[in-house]
Design a binder for this molecule. Structure first.
Ligand SMILES: [Ca+2]
Ligand SMILES: [Ca+2]
Length: 383
């Protein structure tokens, strides 16, 4: 998925790297980096003159990639000259044509953080520099909306309008933390309330560009978002959910200025579920057809039912695992289920397959020679 969280030592080096780079780019030492100096810096970085600077070229020269990651890019592994000049515009937040040291140090990389909650599902959080922001909720039926940042609760949904409910919610968090169900690092001793997971507790990180927004601006945005989304909704059959995934997509879009629409677990689940329902209809038709024809239908109903059950569980899952739809690399979950009819008069087989992958689904029927499915279906046994 993404890169793993950097060590504490690497985090400490990031400011040093930023300061050293600023001095390097400011070739006339007038304490600001001009567009000309910025352009020259790209030429110096692009050692093999192919008009892109790769992550490798950057890393070989500077040791860490904090500044590289803070530039928005189409492809994570490289930055083009055009993107480099766009980064100059992004960082010159007061639009006076130069980047001063304050603007330079305000720029922070943005990450999407993933924590596995089992069954191929992930809890999402958003990293700005070393700080993370996330939504907290007690399971899939929860309606209490709480947004947390590195120092504690940033905003609560409408449930706190009822007297005592906020205290109850915090008390539950305290209890869960004491019981070891939440990491001790997610409890603020100073404020006596939960805070977000620190960087090292996120299992995977995905680079999403950079931001110049301040902590105060970020907290104000989160308060407004929660005001506009006052009720937590983990799962909605028609996509109306309001959870850690929709929060992360919205926050990253605002932070980076680029629409961020990573496929959520629910979108994936719906895609697979609806694909499965379509398949069941297909199996029904196949059954009627084979009953008239006395021929037998190989494979089908049981597999399809198991697949739909697994996807349905995944779509509404809590960590207690029952069954899981496993996924190949890069979360591209794919299910193909095939039903084979008898050999036709021209010696070929009719094949109906339903494919669901990363937010898309399609059902197609084709006539082809029988062969092994190149895709897969996996329904692990209960844990
Ligand atoms: Ca300068
Ligand atoms: Ca400026």
């Amino acid at each position: 998925m993404g890169n793993t969280p950097p060590s504490a030592a690497v985090q400490q080096d990031t400011v040093k790297e930023a300061v050293a780079l600023f001095q390097e780019f400011d070739s006339n030492a007038d304490k600001v980096v001009s567009a000309g100096e910025w352009e020259q810096a790209f030429a110096a970085l692009d050692k093999n003159c192919d008009a892109v600077v790769s992550r490798k070229e950057w890393c070989l020269r500077h040791g860490s990639t904090y500044v590289f990651d803070a530039c928005r890019k189409k492809v994570d592994a490289q930055i083009t000259q055009k993107e480099w000049m766009q980064a100059f515009t992004d960082m010159d937040t007061n639009a006076n044509g130069v980047i001063d040291s304050e603007e330079w140090l305000a720029r922070r990389p943005v990450h999407l953080g993933f924590t596995s909650i089992g069954m191929g599902l992930y809890h999402w959080g958003v990293g700005v520099g070393d700080d993370f922001y996330e939504l907290l909720a007690w399971g899939r039926t929860a309606t209490e909306m709480v947004a947390a940042g590195p120092t504690g609760i940033v905003a609560c949904g409408e449930f706190v309008e009822e007297p005592g409910r906020r205290e109850q919610w915090v008390e539950k968090a305290r209890h869960e933390t004491k019981a070891g169900k939440r990491p001790a690092e997610t409890w603020s001793e100073g404020k006596q309330e939960p805070c977000s997971r620190p960087m090292e507790l996120w299992g995977d990180l995905e680079s999403c560009g950079g931001t110049s927004k301040s902590d105060a601006e970020i907290e104000a945005w989160i308060r407004k978002w929660v005001e506009e989304h006052p009720i937590y909704c983990a799962v909605d059959a028609f996509g109306g959910e309001c959870n850690d995934h929709t929060f992360a997509n919205d926050l990253i879009t605002w932070l980076t200025g680029i629409p961020h629409q990573r496929t959520t677990d629910n979108q994936r689940g719906r895609s697979l579920l609806y694909g499965g329902v379509a398949l069941l209809a297909g199996v029904g038709a196949m059954y009627l057809w084979s009953a008239q024809d006395t021929s037998t239908t190989s494979c089908g109903v049981q597999v399809a039912a198991a697949a739909v059950a697994a996807v349905a569980v995944a779509a509404v899952a809590e960590p207690a695992a029952v069954a899981a739809v496993a996924e190949p690399a890069d979360m591209a979950a794919t299910i193909t289920i095939e039903t084979m009819g008898p050999t036709s008069t021209i010696g070929s087989m009719r094949k109906t397959s339903t494919v669901g992958a990363m937010g898309q689904s399609s059902t197609r029927t084709s006539t082809m020679q029988p062969r092994q499915s190149s895709r897969w279906l996996q329904v692990p046994s209960a844990q």
